[in-house]
Ligand binder design. Structure first.
Ligand code: GLA
Length: 501
């Protein structure tokens, strides 16, 4: 049971934006995932994420045959022909020292061995997305140094294809070319050049379509053009596909499970035949308990609910409903893992579209924003920012770049966490990590500050534990039996416990 004492301090919507994440130090530090999957024969693209005073020199020992690392950029590229598990050591040095980190490259059938990290255009740009915005966003991922913390995907959402009934002439044209390959609209004059640019920055590129005749926003979908569409995406150079159900309702024979699965099985099989790796994100809002079959249908992640940001004003309500209740109610911790992740939708922080023609700050309070990033990390969810990456304030940057939080999200064991105790809106969550430690989240869903205790018997641990505050990156000391902390209204305290001996 969670012990709690209510402190009579009520939630204030004008909370200060306290930046908890310490700035990275000048010494070299290697961040992000510790494992990466690639298929034999596919182009390999991975840039070592590292912080520290520039210039940094990158070196990798134990690279499999076919790969090389650029010592000035940390970009690893090439092709591995032989399947296998390769244990490498990343080394990054500068004038202050050297950092080392073991890194596994697994060449086989499975992609997305850790949850995806990146940016998606939808919640800030929706239908106003263009080639130049995508380029500026990719540049921003480098300039803001998000790339140095493990973020790698720059993903176009809906609205890049032709929209046959549009009043905007830029969106008009033939939906497919004479050979049946999907065309982009005039805001995207050269997709190949766009992905080449994104790749040249050390990033990966993602695209979106629907298995139905039209996408959710009414643009051309892949219905009856699946083969050519996938081939075109591969040829254009994309590394990620979000496949959004939308108008497939109109063509599905019925509402059976097999009809729900059909378009995803079809597309994942086609993707497997392409000569580059494309991570597949199933977007169908949780229908048919997708978490139970998303991976066997070939998905690398599956949306677990509707749009978190569907109504700007209700993002906070959706966060608690979809983030906490959909996950716990369906025991989603049982289903995510290396190769296939629960996807509760994007990080709704920074500047977002308010769907009325303006970009405005997220309606989430600072504490709710800490809650979202913490909960996503405990759940092993993709960390995809969908706010304006070109205009990030220091607070939002702090939320996105805490390497100790990211390490929880990207833990190589890939075991999603779960709620272990709850009393009213006070919850204790736990995630088991690959090194034998556990991450613990103390969440307060109430409208008042409250004290929350994590009890050892609920966490399934014993003895003395070394406890660290992950947001502040601070040691808190050694504890036995329980750990208690005061947590802000709608806020969180994120911890990591190691057996003290
Ligand atoms: C659906 C999806 C969103 C977004 C839009 C685009 O609503 O769930 O994530 O892709 O379509 O139209």
């Amino acid at each position: 049971m969670v012990l709690f004492v209510v402190l009579l301090v009520f939630c204030s919507c004008n909370q200060s934006k306290t930046i908890l994440t310490p700035k990275p130090g000048p010494g070299p530090r290697i961040n992000g995932a510790r494992i990466f999957g690639v298929r034999p024969g596919s182009p390999f693209l991975f840039r070592i994420p590292a912080t520290g005073e520039r210039p940094l020199i990158y070196r990798v020992t134990g690279l499999p045959e076919g790969l090389v690392c650029d010592s000035l950029t940390g970009q690893i590229s090439g092709v591995i022909r032989n399947p296998g598990k390769y244990t490498t050591i990343f080394e990054v040095s500068n004038r202050l020292g050297i950092a080392e980190k073991p890194f596994k490259i697994v060449c086989g059938d499975t992609l997305a061995l850790t949850p995806h990290m990146g940016w998606n255009s939808w919640y800030v740009w929706e239908s106003h997305i263009t080639d130049s915005i995508m380029r500026a966003s990719a540049e921003a991922m480098v300039r803001t140094e998000l790339i140095d913390h493990g973020y790698m995907y720059i993903n176009i959402d809906d609205c890049w294809a032709v929209k046959a009934d549009s009043k905007d002439p830029m969106l008009l044209g033939e939906p497919y070319d004479t050979d049946g390959y999907m065309n982009s609209n005039r805001y995207f004059p050269d997709m190949h050049a766009l992905t080449s640019y994104i790749h040249s920055l050390g990033l990966k590129a993602g695209i979106y379509t629907s298995p139905g005749p039209l996408t959710c926003a009414g643009y051309t979908g892949a219905w009856k053009h699946e083969e050519t569409t996938a081939a075109r995406f591969a040829d254009w150079g994309f590394d990620f596909l979000k496949y959004d159900w939308c108008s497939y309702d109109q063509v599905a024979a019925d509402t059976s499970l097999s009809e729900l699965q059909k378009p995803y099985i079809l597309m994942s099989n086609i993707l497997k035949r392409q000569d580059r790796d494309m991570v597949l994100n199933l977007c169908q809002y949780g229908m048919g308990d997708v978490w139970k079959w998303g991976k066997s249908a070939g998905g690398n992640s599956w949306r677990t609910a509707g749009d978190l940001g569907g109504s700007f004003e209700k993002i906070g309500t959706a966060l608690f409903r979809d983030g906490f209740d959909v996950y716990t109610g369906n025991e989603l911790y049982k289903y995510g893992g290396p190769g296939g992740w629960n996807d509760p939708d994007y990080l709704l922080i920074g500047l977002l579209s308010n769907w009325k023609g303006a970009t405005v700050p997220t309606p989430l309070t600072p504490d709710e924003q800490y809650t979202q990033v913490s909960l996503w990390s405990l759940q092993a969810a993709p960390l995809i920012l969908s706010g304006d990456i070109t205009r990030l304030d220091e607070f939002t940057l702090g939320l996105l770049t805490n390497d100790e939080i990211i390490e929880v999200d990207q833990d190589p064991l890939g075991k999603p966490g779960r709620r272990v105790a709850m009393e009213n809106g006070l919850e204790v969550w736990k995630r088991e990590l690959g090194d034998g430690s556990i991450a613990v989240g103390l969440f307060n869903r109430e409208n008042y500050r409250a004290r929350i205790s994590a009890l050892w018997n609920e966490l399934g641990i014993s003895g003395q534990q070394r406890v660290r505050d992950l947001w502040r990156q601070k040691e808190l000391g050694h504890f036995s039996g329980k750990f208690s902390s005061t947590v802000n209204a709608h806020g969180v305290v994120m911890l990591r416990f190691w057996p003290a001996n």
